[in-house]
Design a protein around this ligand. Structure first.
Ligand code: FAD
Length: 477
């Protein structure tokens, strides 16, 4: 019987608080840390954009590179392959004669399909699979209810876990890591190997909120900066609906999504901040938001594929959605003629990021004002967001589209009042819509009403330099 273990890194690209990797490293014998780039996640979707777009791909490559460096610093390495993980891992298991493959547990369909397929292949080889639950703040086993009894309403979920459960402490990094002698590390794939054309390799726009860099090192630096260097956490609740700049919100999402940051690490640091600096609504609110993240993961675990269908969690088969590509492309390209929607979509296209306020508004606009199949919007976000997380993305879209398990019937956002409330002086619009730079703040969000002579004064030509709205936008005023 061999004494070798493969640890398959998935969305847990870190050494701190990585329970699965720690356990695997404590087994007697040698360990082979592996990352596999799956070609399927870089393919073009039926709507014509890549499932994983350039921003998240770059972030992922940087994260894997960082993990490799950290392992090398411990005298180990990361074995990197390109191919379908269920096949690659089964081959590696044979090649290296391993007895166990350890991995984190995922919950969404594509990920669990890979798990099942790998499991079948490994059975034949007599190799065991050992799963560890890792992505959430609260451990699934610590929930005060079985996951099939998950409350339909977030507030019930939150109150129940806050009252009855505690967050498990973070775990140390592994110390000793022994690689087999015949270990062949492999190269990090190029963009070309992942299927990218030269023209797709755009860099994030310098106007973005932050220069996001993938990896545990950068994730921990951001955690340190947001809590300890700037102490922005102390005002998070009042700034979190902002739109411009690095510090209105934590920006932890991209690192959390690929596991460069552990949510429990964030929690512990917030608790330390509360002991050493201040306890207030803001410190609580960051944890509150992490509970939304947990909730959507448990929702995915409970309701699975329902989240990906237009009828949503609610199984609402009566509602019909338009599948109008031309209209959809006006939305994706930020050419709807509604400035707040366009500014947010252009930010997303240029940087891979959009604020939570922006996401809510553009999603509501697509689903309710345009009546377009919201799953198209969710798929577009999947491709563009550098913090794309299957549970948070599809879960939030269900809620906004009104097909989630939400007690509030109507999640409609009046874009005009949202824009004037959250961007009162128009700074955000001017940042992303330079063609409207000269328009006074009180006219920006109803720019379609400018007369010909006003258009001349403000250097904008409606229908030419900036589009007329694709909906009767006066309804909001
Ligand atoms: C339509 C739509 C799609 C979204 N898609 C994603 C996605 O793919 N990936 C993703 O991480 N978040 C998604 N969100 C949630 C939220 O917009 C982002 O997590 C947040 O904007 C990221 O910025 P931040 O890290 O500065 O957040 P902060 O405000 O600093 O919040 C801290 C952390 O809490 C979590 N969080 C905050 N709000 C939510 C929420 N509504 N749902 C789940 N978790 C939350 C995130 O992990 C975030 O990093 C989506 C929201 C909407 C409305």
């Amino acid at each position: 019987m061999s004494n070798r273990t493969i640890y398959w890194f998935r969305n847990d690209l870190r050494l701190h608080d990585n329970e699965g990797f720690l356990k695997a490293s404590q087994r007697p014998g040698e360990i082979i840390p592996v990352y596999v780039f799956d070609p399927r996640i870089f393919e073009l979707s039926p709507l014509g954009f890549r499932k994983t777009g350039i921003f998240k791909t770059r972030f992922l490559l940087e994260s894997v590179e960082d993990l490799r460096r950290s392992l090398q610093a411990k005298g180990a390495d990361l074995l990197i392959r390109f191919g379908e993980p269920e096949k690659v891992l089964a081959e590696l298991a044979q090649q290296y004669d391993v007895s166990e493959i350890h991995l984190s547990k995922e919950v969404a369909q594509e990920e669990t399909d890979v798990e099942s397929s790998l499991s079948k292949r490994l059975k034949i080889l007599n190799v065991d699979m050992v799963f560890t639950w890792m992505a959430t703040l609260y451990h699934v086993r610590d929930l005060p209810f079985g996951f099939n009894k998950l409350p339909n309403v977030f507030t019930d979920f939150r109150k129940s876990v806050e009252k009855n459960t505690s967050v498990r402490p973070t775990l140390a990094e592994p110390s000793a890591l022994n690689l087999p002698e015949e270990f062949v590390p492999g190269e990090i794939p190029s963009f070309q190997t992942l299927g990218y054309e030269e023209t797709e390799l755009i860099q994030a726009d310098g106007r973005g909120v932050l220069d996001f860099k993938g990896g545990e090192t950068a994730g921990l630096q951001r955690l340190h900066a947001y809590l300890w260097e700037t102490q922005n956490l102390a005002t998070y609740k009042t700034t979190r609906n902002g739109l411009l700049g690095a510090d209105y919100s934590s920006k932890f999402s991209a690192w959390l999504a690929v596991g460069c940051l552990s949510p429990r690490k964030v929690y512990e640091e917030v608790k330390r901040f509360e002991t050493e600096i201040i306890v207030n609504d803001s410190t609580y609110w960051l944890i509150f938001e992490l509970l939304w993240r947990d909730y959507f993961r448990f929702v995915m675990l409970r309701w699975g594929t329902r989240l990906f269908k237009p009828s949503g969690l609610k199984l609402d088969k009566d509602k019909t959605w338009k599948q109008d590509k031309a209209l959809f492309e006006r939305w994706t390209s930020g050419q709807t003629g509604v400035p707040f929607v366009d500014a947010n979509m252009r930010e997303l296209n240029a940087t891979g990021f959009m604020s939570n306020r922006g996401r809510q508004n553009v999603a509501s606009f697509l689903a309710h004002d345009l009546g377009i199949d919201w799953t198209w919007g969710a798929a577009y976000f999947e491709s563009l967001l550098l913090d794309y997380d299957v549970c948070s993305n599809w879960g939030n879209w269900n809620y906004i589209a009104g097909v989630g398990n939400d007690p509030r019937e109507n999640r409609y956002f009046n874009t005009y009042s949202q824009a004037t409330r959250y961007d009162p002086d128009g700074a955000y619009l001017r940042h992303w819509l330079p063609e409207l730079a000269e328009v006074p703040a009180d006219r920006l969000n109803k720019v379609w009403q400018l007369s010909k002579s006003e258009q001349e004064t403000y250097g904008v030509s409606l229908g030419s330099t900036y589009p007329l709205p694709i909906i009767p936008a006066d309804k909001w005023l």
